[in-house]
Design a protein around this ligand. Structure first.
Ligand code: B12
Length: 294
């Protein structure tokens, strides 16, 4: 059987596990999918996501009740937690996204998927869980210095909350992040983001990744030296802070001066290969990840 057939079978078994409320069975489906070589992306998009949609249909048809739907959704969240823990991140792109459903929207599985795919793509991601009030969101986004805000909206009645969030975010001048909008409520919308004042709309995960990169100007063109040094500095800063190291500690671990580290992190130092190797070793990352093209 080819991979496509295996994934279809796995999805059917996964739906059955959800309907029975059997987390261990669901996990064995996921483990088997990993065993036959399915990628995490395939498991998310070709097993978990369509299974959730099927659960919605079964609920709508009255085949399962709300309690069974809740349990099914909880199991899917568990599977995502498990997959997220084993997920491989691409080299850091040095850009940050905040991902959240709009205020009042309790559907967050889709938004969580967007967040996880952005993280796999090398973004620093803050996922906020269910709907966040507009002003609190704007404050958070400003404090985190986010480059992109990815908003998810599932029900059409929450579209006004998109407008409220956009208005609050636009007040953050001059550093307002770009806004990417997605979610089921846009199913019948085209690609035009204007009516809601967003910068881009995406209807699926591959488009979301492409649009998010486009919004921050990450394209396949060759970087200039200044851009490369800025990116490298951001990557070192992200790796260091995620390890809760101070610049002084990194300086000691790499045998370099703290001021030199500071200049590098600020993208203002054309560092030597020797210095790059020392820093990569001190941070326990691949030197190639520091220089990888986004
Ligand atoms: C689980 C669920 C719930 C859970 C959510 C729990 C949680 N933690 O997420 C709970 C029980 C809270 C819930 C509540 C309700 N729900 Co509900 N729910 C669902 C269900 C079954 C699954 C949702 C899901 O996980 N989908 C899987 C994800 C992966 O799909 P997705 O969200 O569409 O995301 C994909 C894309 O849209 C896109 N995407 C999503 N977000 C973003 C963001 C960006 C930036 C981008 C680019 C892309 C993107 O990428 C994802 C991957 O492809 C759906 C069925 C369905 N068709 O989705 C119903 C469904 C969405 N719910 C529905 C309804 C009616 C409700 C309630 C109004 C029910 C009620 N009467 O109380 C409430 C509303 C509560 C609220 N205030 O939000 C209806 C909506 C119908 C409609 N009008 O469109 C659905 C379709 C069920 C149905 N068939 O009737 N629900």
């Amino acid at each position: 059987m080819d991979d496509s057939g295996r994934l279809v079978k796995a999805r059917a078994r996964y739906v059955s596990a959800l309907m029975q409320g059997e987390s261990i069975l669901a996990r064995s489906v996921v483990d088997q999918a990993i065993g036959f070589g399915a990628s995490r992306a395939d498991i998310y998009l070709r097993i978990l996501a369509p299974a959730q949609v099927r659960i919605g249909e079964l609920w709508h048809e009255g085949v399962i009740n709300v309690a069974q739907e809740h349990l099914a959704t909880t199991i899917t969240m568990e599977m995502m937690d498990f997959l997220r823990n084993g997920m491989e991140r691409g080299p850091s792109l040095g850009v940050r996204a905040v991902v959240t459903p709009v205020e009042d929207d309790q559907h967050f599985i889709g938004a969580r998927m967007v967040a996880d795919f952005l993280a796999m793509d090398g973004w620093d991601v803050d996922f906020l869980g269910s709907g966040t009030p507009a002003n609190d969101l704007a404050e958070f986004v400003r404090n985190r210095d986010a480059d992109v805000l990815a908003l998810s909206v599932t029900l059409p009645e929450f579209l006004p909350n998109v407008t409220a969030a956009v208005e609050a975010i636009r007040k953050l001048r001059p550093d307002s992040p770009r806004i990417l909008l997605g979610g089921n409520a846009l199913k019948h919308a085209g690609q035009d983001p204007d009516p809601l004042g967003c910068d881009a709309v995406a209807h699926n995960i591959p488009d979301a990744l492409r649009e998010a990169r486009r919004l921050v100007g990450l394209t396949k063109r060759k970087l200039t030296l200044d851009e490369q040094l800025t990116l490298l500095g951001r990557r070192i800063n992200a790796a260091r802070t995620s390890r809760r190291m101070t610049q002084q500690e990194l300086a000691q671990a790499s045998g370099l001066e703290r001021t030199y580290i500071s200049m590098i992190e600020n993208g203002r130092q054309n560092l030597t290969i020797e210095a790059a190797l020392k820093i990569a070793n001190a941070l326990d990352i691949q030197p190639s990840d520091l220089l990888a093209q986004p």
